[in-house]
Design a protein around this ligand. Structure first.
Ligand code: MV4
Length: 583
């Protein structure tokens, strides 16, 4: 086994991996951005190395910085967690080229599954059922129509480099093909720098059912049953459970075999997930493979009693898996609710701020995997998922009630969260009946119930000052030292203040001239230039948030002045984008 492992990640998953490392006696190395100096994952690890940089692009995504930290700490292996560089084959190769062990699948398997068309070809060749459609990219709207003639409508155009639902477009008839094709290519280009698309038959009212697999370097491939992740919002999973209410023991054996075949065909090693769609008729189709440990691996851990991160460590160290297929026992029912710092009564907008009060639920059958504590700042720069609440009980109804009990115990103040939303959702007859609940999470009813049920308070906000004095922790050669620092306020805050002052002096007309970002995200495209005349409602820029494109519009007519963003820039909620001066 390794003596020391670096985790190239943050938040709850970094803490989750550190916990296993501690149990197996491996020392742990954290890395952190400037925004994460006092984050929980940094204090949990045995040592911590600053990456420098505030945004993910300047820290957790910089390969050279991560490799430098690994090398200077003397780590022998790197665990990527999920997100960031977990499914980046070039990073996996760079880790190995640096003489370190990659705790994950072979880079070739990552690459194969990164191309949805290549993956479909390989799965088809291996006898794994794929959703009917093309296995090569389609290069024209005419080719989409041709497939429609052959297999009928509706069709679904997906990005070949994509996954997770980004850039999908439904085609309900031949005359919709051209627009959907162009739009899917544009989104593919903007999300993945790859406009290639392919086409599948659009399945109505499917369930998202995925199978957990484990594979070692000795030819052993096993599955650990399925997870049902049907409850999603804009392709972000919100609730996951196992077993799926729609999977019988016979179906489980069938999809388990399919998943093992798929993993073998990919030359897979480590923990991975075969994501599939289950039709109302009980047909299971391969959709894509996630070549990483997933957020929702926890529910599988609770019903199998296994530690999937420990299996990943064993496999990476060249050991065989700790069990064989016939040793896998699935016991009871587990449910996970993702506790995001988001406001369900405001379109699930991220809700950055400081957690003023925090107490996790506990008691029988309750697990919390969290990356925060009281006092943690939810920065708006990273993923809004701050904790996962997972429960286990003898059957689905008992687990559901246990989840409601635990949600009620969870104390989380200072930021808006999904606690009330989950209470509303899990109390709904549709969830109780184990149905697909499509459309329910977006419904006004749930948003209203969620608002009634949440006991959130707004964070107290100190007025901005130019610098603030703060006690913090500095990292010197991997050692952590308490120091006092003077922190300059973020640039945008100074900008906002100077605008307010100029407005007060009458320089920029009306009170409402500032166009502010309604969400935290990344600027994809700026649609206006300084000096442009714009109408109220006109799109000013596109902000990517939660993997979706969002149009930010001018709310008044006038002339654009003072554009303070550019493509590629991260923006936080309320950050000024530009000013519309009266024309
Ligand atoms: C589909 C689909 C219907 N037909 N593909 C892809 C990414 C994942 N987040 C959802 N995806 C879907 N792919 C075909 N050919 C429907 C979805 C889908 C979905 C599937 C199961 C459960 C919930 C869903 C919510 C939105 C979209």
């Amino acid at each position: 086994m390794f003596a020391k492992v670096l985790v190239a990640n943050r938040g709850e998953i970094a803490v989750r991996i550190f916990r296993t490392l501690r149990e197996v006696g491996v020392s742990s190395v954290a890395v952190y951005s400037d925004a994460d100096r006092s984050a929980l994952h940094v204090s949990y690890a045995d040592e911590a190395h600053a990456l420098g940089g505030l945004t993910a692009a300047d820290s957790y995504l910089v390969v050279d910085k991560l490799l430098d930290a690994a090398q200077s700490s003397g780590a022998e292996a790197v665990h990527p967690g999920y997100g960031f560089l977990a499914e980046n084959a070039a990073f996996a190769r760079a880790v190995e080229a640096a003489g370190l062990t990659w705790i994950g699948p072979p880079p070739e398997a990552i690459e194969l599954m990164g191309s949805k068309t290549r993956a479909r070809q390989a799965m088809q060749a291996a006898g794994v059922p794929i959703i009917p459609g093309t296995t090569d990219p389609v290069d024209s709207a005419a080719a989409v129509v041709q497939l429609g003639d052959e297999i009928g409508y509706p069709l679904l155009i997906k990005a070949a480099a994509g996954g997770g639902g980004k850039g999908m477009k439904i085609v309900r008839s031949a005359d919709e093909a051209a627009q959907a094709f162009d739009s899917a290519r544009r989104e593919g280009q903007s999300y993945f720098a790859d406009a290639s698309v392919y086409v599948e038959r659009y399945l109505e009212d499917p369930r998202h059912v995925e199978v957990q697999v484990l594979a070692d370097a000795h030819g052993n491939v096993i599955h650990l049953g399925e997870r049902d992740c049907t409850i999603q919002r804009r392709h972000q999973k919100l609730v996951e459970e196992t077993p799926s209410p729609a999977v019988t023991p016979e179906l489980r054996e069938r999809i388990g075999r399919i998943a093992v075949d798929a993993a073998r065909a990919a030359g897979y090693r480590s923990a991975g997930t075969i994501e599939g769609l289950l039709s109302p008729e009980g047909d299971f189709f391969f959709m894509e493979m996630n070549t990483r440990i997933q957020v929702e691996h926890t529910v599988t851990e609770l019903v199998t009693g296994l530690d999937l991160v420990r299996e990943q460590l064993l496999v990476a160290a060249g050991e065989p898996l700790s069990l064989r297929q016939e040793d896998v026992v699935l016991r009871g029912h587990a449910i996970e609710c993702r506790i995001n710092a988001e406001d369900p009564s405001n379109g699930f907008l991220p809700s950055p701020g400081r957690i003023t009060s925090y107490r996790e639920p506990s008691g029988p059958g309750v697990r919390v995997d969290s990356g925060v504590r009281a006092g943690s700042e939810i920065s708006g720069l990273y993923d809004p998922m701050i904790a996962k609440l997972i429960v286990h009980d003898t059957d689905r109804e008992a687990a559901r009630r246990r989840m409601l009990r635990a949600l009620g115990e969870f104390e989380l103040q200072g930021v808006k969260s999904l606690l009330g939303f989950h209470q509303a959702l899990l109390s709904h007859p549709c969830f109780i009946a184990g149905e697909t609940c499509h459309g329910l999470v977006e419904s006004e009813l749930i948003a209203q119930r969620a608002a009634e049920l949440s006991r959130e308070v707004s964070p107290a906000r100190a007025p901005g000052t130019a610098h603030s004095e703060r006690a913090t922790v500095a990292e010197v050669d991997g050692r952590r030292v308490e120091v006092k620092v003077f922190v300059p306020e973020p640039g945008y805050r100074a900008l906002a203040r100077s605008r307010r002052e100029r407005r007060a002096e009458g320089a920029v007309g009306g009170e409402s001239g500032v166009v502010a970002s309604p969400m935290q995200g990344t600027v994809l495209e700026v649609k206006v230039a300084e000096g442009d005349a714009v109408e109220a409602g006109q799109v000013v820029c596109i902000v990517e948030a939660m993997k979706m494109e969002n149009e930010v519009v001018a709310h008044v007519s006038g002339v654009v002045v003072d554009i303070s963003i550019s493509p590629g820039m991260p923006v936080t909620t309320g950050q000024p984008i530009c000013v519309i001066a009266p024309s």
